[in-house]
Design a protein. Sequence first.
Length: 248
Amino acid sequence: MNRHVWAAAFRVTVPVLIGYLAIGIAFGLMLEAIGYNFIWSFFMSLTIYAGSGQYLGVSLLQLGAALSEVALMTLLLNFRHIVYGLSMLEKFQTIHGLRKFYLIFALTDETYALLSSVRVPSGMKPADFYFAIALLDHSYWIIGSVIGSVAGALLKFDTTGVDFAMTALFVVIAVGQWKENKRHLPALLGGVCTFVSLSLIGPDNFLLPALGAIVVLLLSLRGTLDEEKRNAACAAEALPQEVEKEWR
């Protein structure tokens, strides 16, 4: 990959850079506060690479939870990634080898948000562009985690509330996607399903039913959504021609 690919990917990932440094630092601070230094922070961020999972890991490490409990809680917490993977099948079908495995591994919430909406610049291979985005996001998370651990070792202070940084980043990304996309039906369906599930089941177990309902609804409406996408693409292609005719 040449520098143009990395430059284009960096421009796209700047919001994630800012967010990942903040929540990565928060994770590093929390991990250091329970007695695990920057080496633990580095390898957890390198190999696990799941923001909410790593935040949960801090609590489980502090409680001395059994491996079986850790595995079950991590599976339930990150079950949504199955939905992410299914929705990326079409984009990843032309990518092969180790890159494809890495892209699957690196499909965090924020990277998924970028890959599902970003347009590949002309003249660039999608595989190169997607890989650069995923690798840059991963590096931001590792750097933030290590900085947080080192800062936590040097400066002792109360870390209460720093885990809210993860929620704040989700909100920023959601607002950005809402503004960039004209089709809001999937987002509205997700919000309604989540609210109904939360109201009926409660905050402890609402996630899986909400995700299940979202998947069923999106699959049932796939034909309609694909048709809207094709119409929008045709309209975008026709616009320059109409402008050219007006100038003539």
